[in-house]
Design a protein around this ligand. Sequence first.
Ligand code: ATP
Length: 191
Amino acid sequence: MVVKASLRPVVISGPSGTGKSTLLKRLFAEYPDSFGFSVSHTTRKPRPGEENGIAYHFVDKPRFEKLIGENAFLEHAEFSGNYYGTSIRSVEDVGTKGKTCILDIDMQGVISVKNTPLNARYLFLAPPSLEILRARLEGRGTESPESVKKRMDQAEKEMAFAETGAHDKIIVNDDLEKAYKDLIDFIFEEP
Ligand SMILES: Nc1ncnc2c1ncn2[C@@H]1O[C@H](COP(=O)(O)OP(=O)(O)OP(=O)(O)O)[C@@H](O)[C@H]1O
């Protein structure tokens, strides 16, 4: 049986290292048919086995630039010579397929989504403290000291943004079980 949440997209944001991926991995594992991520656009070439429209929407540069001009993207960026972006349409497509779209994005992304007709719900995942956040980032073993510093600087901006009341709900990820329960309550509170 598919457990249904509201088809309004759910935007989850919060500082890097605060536990978004950990919680979302669990959510998708528990409810595999209820939630989806949008399919991004990219100008990079498909790798073997990557299907158009599934791994990415593969497009050429002129097409991508045309989409930028049409304000089709919530966010887009260039990495090593290729464009990547999340289109508004790709978020809507998840809902059309009967799944709740989950967007894991930063505060700039939150601001962009607010400027679209997507009618999303906004959840902010906060660390118990900045010291604990630093310990998690260091403990994850994926970041260089420079990268930790960059993420901590950005974390302060994210926290200040959350204090403006931009989100529908703030969950503090102290105890993981409690945070997961709070996430489930938020996600399923809308029929
Ligand atoms: N409640 C918790 N208590 C202790 N450690 C946690 C908790 N939640 C997550 N962690 C750990 O913190 C680290 C960061 O978590 P995670 O990678 O999920 O963060 P993230 O918000 O997805 O970061 P990014 O935005 O950089 O992808 C991981 O090593 C994870 O195991």
